[in-house]
Design a protein. Structure first.
Length: 159
């Protein structure tokens, strides 16, 4: 019984700590981890994009650019999220810039899936609404980062 209690605590504690630290920024954390994951995936398998459904992204950017942008923005966003509240000016600005880049990234991925559908004549991907929603909510994250960093503190308004 004691072992089960220790196991439950070992699983429960990090989850509670994660939720407590990131509070209402869990969406930003999730999309940041997705962006880092995609960047690292392309580092490991550089041809994965040209061989997959997102091959039309390569008409706009190279695989190297995808890695550079995804990993750089991902690391900056993680740093800003972890330093939450300690970087009074730069934290919200980095979070907002990261969310804007995230919105562009997810919108490009949705557009690549739309292009795949139009060019190949295949049925549309179920990823189109997924990446479109990610792009939309990144814009909301951008707004929230700026509102909390500037407007929210001055007006007493919280999100």
């Amino acid at each position: 019984m004691r072992l089960l209690s220790n196991v439950e605590y070992a699983v429960e504690w990090p989850v509670k700590a994660l939720i407590r630290h990131f509070e209402s920024r869990l969406f930003e954390l999730a999309t940041t981890i997705m962006m880092l994951g995609i960047g690292l995936f392309v580092v490991l398998w550089p041809r994965s994009i040209e061989a997959g459904a997102f091959r039309y992204l390569l008409t706009v950017v190279s695989a190297e650019t995808i890695v550079g942008v995804y990993v750089t923005i991902g690391v900056a966003r993680i740093a800003a999220l972890i330093a939450n509240g300690h970087w009074k000016f730069y934290g919200p600005v980095i979070r907002a810039a990261g969310a804007l880049v995230g919105a562009v990234v997810w919108a490009q991925m949705a557009a690549a899936l739309v292009l795949l559908f139009e060019v190949n004549g295949t049925p549309p991907s179920v990823g189109i609404p997924v990446y479109s929603v990610l792009a939309f909510f990144e814009l909301i994250s951008m707004y929230r980062a700026l509102a909390r960093g500037y407007v929210g503190k001055n007006s007493g308004k919280t999100w």
